[in-house]
Design a binder for this molecule. Structure first.
Ligand code: NAP
Length: 281
């Protein structure tokens, strides 16, 4: 694939600035572009098709080789920058929400809702019929999150009065503790991220089923957990929704790849409220 655009994720950028990273390492998880050489066995898309790709490395390159299970196809006229936001953020939101089971008519909390994963999670949970409770510390994000489908927006989980059925937690720390406390009986918290980088300290009482709220769970999540997962159908579906304008990619910073240092700084300074995208052409 010839890479046309990449989106940045905190995890890979954090890795990239580590001094022990050997010279010549090519990082990069999310990339969108055009196929320049199809798989010899015909398993993937044809030359000239626009694709969106996921991988543990080599997204920040001019050319990227990708197995068919880690790419989705997109309409030829789709915006590569918008597509590049899909792999890690879109798939993480989709797969974490699926762990919750049916969301129809259920209250679902999304913490870090203004972030890359959070924006996709708000939209997908709303599409699945959930009453979406979005958490963002920034009041400036509230209108935008409502426009994406959030029914309520609160500055922190502790401010939520009514119990929720499930939580997609991107933040960890006190957000995780308070979000867990807001679960109804049988509810689950899916721990996707820990943007706060703070410890989550659960008091002994936090684990009691006070008021009949038994069987609550906290589940870990790792998108790359099973290396045999075939993401192609989900990537293609998400890319189609982006191309149709029915999913918002949540781009909050975009520029040419020559401004990569600026993009990385904005991301590491945590000044983003969504995805940062670099265009290669
Ligand atoms: N497990 C996996 O496979 C997997 C996959 C993807 C991502 N992740 C992780 O999931 C997390 C979210 O990813 P992302 O790409 O959405 O990150 P992001 O774009 O940086 O968004 C994180 C959001 O969390 C909120 N936040 C940041 N620092 C916070 C703090 N100290 N306290 C409370 N809220 C804070 C911010 O929202 P407000 O400022 O609006 O509150 C921010 O928009 C990251 O930790 C990432 O590494 C894990």
């Amino acid at each position: 694939m010839r890479v046309e655009a990449v989106s940045l994720n905190f995890g890979e950028v954090h890795e990239a600035v580590r001094p022990e990273m050997p010279d010549g390492t090519v990082l990069g998880w999310d990339a969108a572009g055009v196929v320049v050489q199809a798989a010899a066995d015909g398993s993937g898309p044809a030359e000239g098709e626009r694709v969106v790709t996921l991988g543990g490395e080599a997204g920040w390159a001019e050319l990227r080789a990708v197995p068919a299970a880690l790419l989705g196809t997109a309409p030829r006229d789709a915006d590569p920058g918008a597509l590049s936001t899909v792999p890690v953020a879109g798939l993480s939101a989709l797969h974490a929400l699926r762990q919750m089971g049916s969301l129809l008519g259920r209250r679902v909390m999304v913490t870090g809702a203004s972030g890359g994963v959070g924006r996709y999670a708000v939209q997908l949970a709303a599409r699945a019929g959930a009453h979406v409770v979005a958490i963002s510390r920034s009041t400036a994000q509230a209108d935008g999150l409502r426009a994406l489908g959030a029914h309520e927006v609160h500055p922190e989980p502790a401010a939520v009065q009514q119990a929720v059925w499930a939580v997609l937690d991107n933040v960890g720390g006190q957000h995780l503790v308070d979000a867990f406390a807001s679960l109804s009986a049988g509810g689950s918290l899916i721990s996707v991220g820990r943007s706060s980088e703070a410890d989550a300290v659960l008091s002994p009482d936090a684990l009691l089923g006070t008021g009949g709220r038994h069987d609550r769970s906290i589940r870990t999540f790792f998108l790359f957990g099973d290396p045999t997962t075939d993401f192609s159908a989900d990537l293609t579906w998400l890319a189609g929704e982006i191309a149709a304008g029915t999913l918002d990619p949540g781009i909050s910073w975009r520029g040419p790849w020559t401004r990569h240092a600026e993009a990385v700084k904005v991301l590491l300074d945590r000044r983003l409220h969504g995805k940062a995208v670099l265009d290669l052409e």
